[in-house]
Design a protein around this ligand. Structure first.
Ligand code: BG6
Length: 527
C-alpha cells in the first residue's frame, strides 16, 4: 500500500505546478472610484497578493475623473477593505506591501491627454513588463466601452493583435453585454474595432465560482455519472438561482434589465451550458467555449405565441421574508409605480440535440424569494417497473443528484433505502458531499480567480462573442413573446414565497414539480 503522506505530498506538488504563471504587468482599472473597484476588485487583488499569486513586479493604476493622489486613493481602498475583505482583520503589513503598488491617474474617459499621462506613468515604472503588458479593466458603463478603447488605441496603449509578442494588452469588460442581440452586436463591433477577440475578456462572475468550475471536473473526471448524463437516464433538470433580497438600491439599473436580462441571459444560460455541453476535446479555452456555444445554439427558441405557455414571469409584491418585511418592487427606490419589469422568471428550455432530445431543463431565478441558493438538480428516470408496489404504492421516488453552487457548496445523491425493521418500508435517503467538511471553509471569491486568469491570459472562464450572441438570440425570442404586455394579477407573487403560482402550473402540465432548495443555515438578512 502507498504511504498516504507521500501521496499527499505528490498532490500538493502537482497543485503547485498547476499554478498560473503570470508575467509582470500593470492592471489599469477604469472607473476606479466605483463600487466594483472597492467592493470586489481591490479585495480580490489584495488576496491574490497575500497568497503570493500576483506577478512580480506588478502595478495597479486607478483611472477615474476625480483628482486625488496615490495616497488618498490607497487610504480610501484601505478603509473599504476593512468592510469588504473576506478575511478579517486586514493584515496591516501585507496591505502596506500591496498598497505600495497602487497608483492613481485622474482624467476624463474621453480626454486623450489623460491617456497620454497614463502612458507616461506606466512607461515610468521602469520595467518592460509593467510598461507593455496591460490589463485594462473597464469597470464603467457599457456606453463608455467604445470611447475608452478608442482613446487607449489612439494613445498607443492598446494595439489590436492576436499574439503576445513584445507585450500583451487585454481588455476586461463586465456585463451587461448589450440589452438584446442587435445592441450586443453593436457593442462587440465597437470593442473589436480596436481589440482582437482574443484580447477581450467578458466577465460572468458565475464562471469564477469554485462550484461552477467543479461542474466540469465532476462531469468529466467521474465515469459513473457521465454515462447517465443523457436522455436515456435523465427525466428533467432544474436550475434554480434564488435570491432572498429584493432589488434594494439597484432599482434604476433593474428597471432597464429585469430578471431575464440580468440573470437568465448570462448566469443561468452559462450554468446550463456547462451542465449540458458535450465533452470538449481538450481543456483549452477555445475547445470548451466551442462546446458551450454549440449547446447555446441548440436551445429551442420559442415562437412568440409559445412563450406564454413555456415561460412564466413575475414581480414581487410586499411581503415577509423570514421575519423581515420587504416592500413591493413597485415601491422600491427608482422604480416606476406601474413598472412591468419582471423580478422572477421561470422557463422550460428544450435542447434540440441528440443527447438531450425531449429532456426539459427548467430554469428559474427571482428576487425576494424565501432564501438565497443556487443549485442544479438532475432528476433521473424512475425504475421501469416497481417491484415494491404492494409495499409502497405504484411510484417510487426517483433518484436525483443535486449540485449545490451556493451556499453549503456540495453534492447530494438521493436514492431509496429500506427503513430498518421487519416490514418492507422504503424511504428516500441522501448521500452528502460538502466542500466545507472535505476541504475546509476556504473559498476564494470569484473575482480572485477571474483576475488571475485574465492576467495569465487564459480565457476559459470568459464569454466569447458568439456565446453572448447565441444567448441573446434565445432571450430575444422570449422578450418578443412578452411584447411589453402589462403584468396580469396572476403574475405577482408575495415577497418571501417561491414565485407566482403559474410557475408550479408550468411544471405540473408536464407531470413535474419544483424541488425548492432547502435552508442549510439559519436564514440571514441580506439587505
Ligand atoms: C449579478 C446580478 O450579476 O448577480 C444581480 O446583476 C445578482 O442582480 C447577482 O444579485 C447574483 O450574484 P451572486 O454571486 O450573489 O449569486
Amino acid at each position: 500500500m502507498e504511504d498516504a503522506s507521500i501521496l499527499d505530498e505528490l498532490l500538493v506538488c502537482r497543485l503547485e505546478q498547476g499554478r498560473k504563471v503570470v508575467e509582470p504587468c500593470t492592471l489599469v482599472i477604469f472607473g476606479a472610484s466605483g463600487d466594483l473597484t472597492s467592493r470586489k476588485l481591490v479585495p480580490a487583488l489584495y488576496h491574490l497578493f497575500r497568497a503570493g499569486q500576483m506577478p512580480d513586479p506588478f502595478r495597479i493604476v486607478g483611472f477615474a475623473r476625480r483628482p486625488k493622489t496615490d495616497l488618498e486613493w490607497r487610504a480610501e481602498l484601505r478603509e473599504a477593505l476593512g468592510r469588504f475583505s473576506r478575511t478579517q482583520p486586514v493584515d496591516g503589513a501585507a496591505w502596506e506591501a500591496f498598497a505600495a503598488n497602487l497608483h492613481y491617474c485622474a482624467g476624463e474617459f474621453h480626454d486623450l491627454a489623460a491617456y497620454q499621462r497614463l502612458k507616461r506613468m506606466v512607461r515610468g515604472f521602469g520595467h518592460p513588463g509593467l510598461a507593455h503588458n496591460l490589463l485594462c479593466y473597464l469597470a464603467v458603463s457599457p456606453s463608455q466601452f467604445g470611447g475608452v478603447v478608442d482613446r487607449l488605441s489612439a494613445a498607443a496603449l492598446l494595439e489590436k493583435r492576436s499574439d503576445d509578442k513584445a507585450g500583451w494588452q487585454r481588455v476586461v469588460v463586465e456585463k451587461p453585454f448589450g440589452s438584446d442581440l442587435t445592441s450586443a452586436r453593436n457593442l462587440n463591433a465597437e470593442l473589436t474595432r480596436y481589440t482582437h477577440e482574443t484580447q477581450l475578456y467578458r466577465i460572468d462572475h458565475y464562471l469564477g465560482k469554485e462550484t461552477v468550475q467543479n461542474l466540469l471536473l465532476f462531469r468529466f473526471s467521474n465515469a459513473i455519472f457521465e454515462r447517465l448524463w443523457n436522455r436515456d437516464a435523465i427525466e428533467q433538470v432544474q436550475i434554480t438561482v434564488s435570491e432572498r433580497h429584493g432589488v434594494g438600491a439597484r432599482g434604476g439599473y433593474y428597471e432597464e434589465a429585469g430578471a431575464l436580462r440580468d440573470m437568465v441571459q448570462n448566469h443561468l444560460l452559462q450554468v446550463l451550458a456547462l451542465v449540458a455541453m458535450e465533452p470538449p476535446v481538450s481543456l483549452e479555452a477555445e475547445a470548451i467555449r466551442d462546446e458551450k456555444v454549440k449547446l447555446l445554439r441548440a436551445l429551442r427558441v420559442w415562437a412568440p405565441e409559445q412563450v406564454r405557455s413555456q415561460v412564466v414571469r413575475g414581480q414581487y409584491k410586499a411581503g415577509l421574508i423570514g421575519d423581515l418585511s420587504c416592500p413591493a418592487y413597485r415601491g422600491e427606490p427608482r422604480v416606476a409605480a406601474d413598472s412591468n419589469v419582471e423580478t422572477y422568471a421561470a422557463l422550460r428550455v428544450l435542447v434540440d440535440n441528440w443527447r438531450w432530445s425531449g429532456v426539459p431543463f427548467y430554469l428559474r431565478t427571482g428576487k425576494a424569494l424565501p432564501l438565497s441558493a443556487s443549485e442544479i438538480r438532475i432528476q433521473f428516470k424512475p425504475t421501469p417497473h416497481v417491484l415494491f408496489a404492494a409495499q409502497c404504492g405504484p411510484r417510487l421516488d426517483a433518484n436525483s443528484l443535486t449540485l449545490r453552487l451556493q451556499p453549503d457548496e456540495g453534492i447530494t445523491l438521493r436514492f431509496n433505502g429500506k427503513v430498518p425493521g421487519t416490514t418492507m418500508q422504503i424511504r428516500p435517503v441522501r448521500m452528502h458531499f460538502s466542500y466545507d467538511a472535505e476541504f475546509g471553509a476556504y473559498t476564494p471569491e470569484a473575482y480572485e480567480r477571474l483576475l488571475l486568469e485574465a492576467m495569465a491570459g487564459d480565457a476559459t472562464l470568459f464569454i466569447r462573442r458568439d456565446e453572448v450572441e447565441a444567448a441573446w438570440s434565445f432571450v430575444d425570442g422570449i422578450r418578443a413573446g412578452w411584447e411589453d404586455a402589462v403584468l396580469g394579477d396572476a403574475e405577482f407573487y408575495e415577497a418571501g414565497t417561491w414565485g407566482p403560482a403559474a410557475a408550479d402550473a408550468l411544471l405540473a402540465r408536464y407531470g413535474h414539480t419544483w424541488r425548492h432548495p432547502q435552508p442549510v443555515h439559519e436564514p440571514r438578512a441580506t439587505r
